[in-house]
Design a protein around this ligand. Structure first.
Ligand code: G
Ligand code: G
Ligand code: MN
Ligand code: NA
Length: 252
């Protein structure tokens, strides 16, 4: 309850911040992109996890405004970084189920691109399967409208939901993000499974990103499976912008 009341004012009080987690090329270990992750810093509640406040923001109808802020901020920063470092970094932003259902999403993305001057093809939107299968026909329609803006689309958390492979054919996505549960030791025949998924995704023209990569052994496995990119604590935790700037200075 305290969280709900505080959340209503968080945006106007400037309590949100974006954190940045690098995405790395599996073969060359070079930086390919970055996922932006929302952080809420409240003076009394401390740092509140998105796992906690995003469901509330969705339920209370605050997610559209928060999501719009995140998109604008991500594009503004993306433009600054690409100008400053001369890199073609992919900037990936999470979009929630309710945002996908909102009539304003496409216009919000278009405005964020226009006002920042950030290249549309460098912006990626991450959508979860559970959000997409809520209303498949509407999702397909929105995805096509987003694609027309020139942005990239990623299917996030793949492997946590129903993960019907047939959706991959219907949704016009560019990137498949394999959930970190695939790379835990408890996952039997994990390597073969990942290799088969990567093979199929490549046949469909998708780029595959592995999430939650924490060890060199996992990286070796991904190389064997021909996975394209990886993200995880092995390379870097999500970090504040000042820290990501330092990371970029070393990297490029
Ligand atoms: O960064 P962290 O592991 O705490 O993120 C937890 C969850 O919150 C992840 O599932 C992530 O997708 C989600 N999340 C992080 N930032 C955003 C955001 O800007 N918008 C939405 N909708 N979800 C986000
Ligand atoms: O659901 P989504 O994939 O958007 O969420 C990404 C979440 O995964 C973020 O909260 C981020 O902090 C977390 N994360 C990123 N890398 C790792 C990792 O290597 N290990 C673990 N356990 N979590 C990670
Ligand atoms: Mn994500
Ligand atoms: Na994910």
């Amino acid at each position: 309850l305290q969280v709900e009341a505080a959340l209503r004012r968080a945006l106007e009080l400037g309590q949100f911040e974006l954190y940045y987690q690098p995405r790395i090329d599996v073969r060359t270990w070079r930086l390919r992109g970055v996922e932006v992750l929302l952080r809420w810093k409240h003076p009394e509640l401390g740092q509140v996890s998105p796992l906690e406040f995003i469901p509330i923001a969705e339920e209370r109808g605050h997610i559209e405004a928060i999501g719009r802020w995140a998109l604008r901020e991500a594009c503004r920063v993306g433009k600054r970084l690409s100008d400053q470092y001369g890199t073609q970094l992919r900037v990936s932003v999470n979009v929630s189920a309710r945002q996908l259902r909102s009539a304003e999403l496409v216009a919000d993305v278009e405005q964020a691109l226009r006002e920042s001057g950030f290249a549309p093809s460098a912006l990626e939107l991450e959508l979860t399967e559970s959000a997409l299968i809520d209303d498949i026909d509407q999702s397909v329609d929105v995805l096509h409208r987003l694609k027309r803006l020139g942005v990239k689309l990623a299917l996030d958390d793949f492997g946590t939901g129903y993960s019907s492979l047939s959706y991959l054919k219907r949704f016009p996505v560019d990137v498949l993000k394999l959930d970190r549960s695939f790379f835990l030791d408890e996952c039997p025949n994990g390597d073969e499974f990942v290799a088969a998924l990567v093979h199929m995704a490549h046949a469909l023209g998708l780029t595959v990103v592995a999430e939650g990569i924490e060890t060199e052994e996992m990286m070796e496995m991904l190389r064997g499976c021909r996975c394209d990119e990886a993200q995880g604590y092995l390379f870097a935790r999500p970090m504040a912008l000042a820290e990501f700037d330092k990371f970029l200075q070393c990297e490029v």
